[in-house]
Write a protein that binds this ligand. Structure first.
Ligand code: ZN
Ligand code: ZN
Length: 97
């Protein structure tokens, strides 16, 4: 039986998407009986979310600037022993280098 492209509807976003013959072959070769119920975009989103790196806002860390002593927030975990600068001092540092 020749494979044909199928148009399916995503259960998450409701958009139609094409279940290509290549994907159907992939599904068959892996013994998957069910057709995909989500479009590639939503599948990718779900995969990202499972890794905990989806649309979540980045966690900010409050640190004290090593230069001027001002409290500032940085989007990364400060490493112990390494100076962290506020935005102003960081920009200044880069300019002087
Ligand atoms: Zn979708
Ligand atoms: Zn500073």
């Amino acid at each position: 039986m020749a494979l044909e492209e199928k148009t399916l509807r995503c259960r998450d976003c409701g958009q139609e998407f094409v279940f290509t013959t290549g994907e159907q072959e992939f599904y068959q070769s892996h013994g998957l009986q069910n057709e995909p119920s989500r479009c590639p975009q939503c599948r990718a989103d779900r995969r990202r979310n499972r890794n905990g790196d989806g649309s979540r806002p980045r966690q900010m860390h409050t640190v004290t600037c090593a230069e001027c002593g001002a409290g500032t927030q940085v989007p990364f975990e400060p490493t112990e022993g390494r100076p962290v600068y506020c935005r102003d001092c960081y920009t200044k540092q880069r300019k002087t280098v």
